[in-house]
Design a protein around this ligand. Sequence first.
Ligand code: SAH
Length: 395
Amino acid sequence: MKSIRLAEGREASLLRRHPWIFSGAVAEVQGEPAAGETVAVRAADGRFLAWAAYSPRSQIRARVWTFREAEAVEPPFFHRRLAAALARRRALVDPEARTGYRLVFGEADGLPGVVVDRYGDFLVCQFLSAGAEYWREVLLEGLLALVPCRGIHERSDTAARGKEGLAPRSGTARGEAAPEEVEIVEFGCRFGVDVWRGHKTGFYLDQAENRYRLAALCAGARVLNAFSYTGAFTVAALRAGAEQVVEVDSSASALAASARNLARNGLRGERCQQVRADVFELLRRYRAEGKCFDLVILDPPRFADGRAQLPRAARAYKDLVLNAAPLVAPGGLLVNFSCSAAVDPALFQKITADGFLDADREGRAVAYLTQGPDHPVALSFPESLYLKGLVNRVE
Ligand code: SAH
């Protein structure tokens, strides 16, 4: 039997059902398991702890499939886990309101390294760990059996694959090739999603509920949408009656996709001004010019991949607040997000407070936002909480 034995006292996190086993916790590997193969994880005293996928190249040496010794890690296991993930979405996501949503969110759905998003009739999947890669065929067949779709596209092309010793892979995995843009509906807004080249699997599905909530605050407002990507917040705001939206992104192709999304929703271009610029520089310029908005949205890319980058990330998040707060009309809202898991909610609030302090403005958080219910947080795996947003009233 292939197995790994943990060093003395290193079983504590597993007993709390955390699914990661770091290389430093492993005392002994028995039976020469291949990458992705299932191993029994045992405590120093030999007691069974879990069945896990072995990953010889990664710092995360194994990821737990199940803590139940009697549960066989075979194809039916993966079908059960996929079916459970789908049942969760059926309970939490209205498929009429949203035709794009996350079906499987890795560890948080008991499938470490596996991400599956649904965009209309297409699925987009990522296999990001040695274990996920090992069971790729079984998972693809399971998805085909459980979810009616025209095709499954693969986007296993993230940096996480490299850490697992896996080469990137992308393209059509099953069925029809996805078109250039797959259309989805999100609370009445229509968006084209480029599953071939877009960020992540093509779209920021994790912000869907937040776009809907913020849209409710947009009637008659002058909105600055910074880090606009393909204009999802812009479309939601304009459809909800925003007077004007200025959207800013450094990517010309993202702005072009946003313009297509405006047209797709029958929105006239004159209410939207597109600015291709660096947000950090533009905020300073707008501040010097005395520009004024009722609602400013800051949704930057991930600034910290891990704890090592925390100080630099904190400075960047603070800089955004410091330079955006002066642009908000008294009584207006500054909504700032962070999708860095390494920045926990308390730290994010502190960084935001520091930005207001240096801007000499008063801020009050009137709502706390996070990732939507299709990106659940497993309580035993706090790393699955990554998106934080503060709706700050500015005075
Ligand atoms: N709010 C978007 C997602 C934003 S993703 C949505 O709901 O879909 C982050 C975006 O920031 C990307 O489009 C990227 O091109 C852009 N970006 C990254 N750094 C930037 C910078 N310094 N200035 C302007 N845009 C930047």
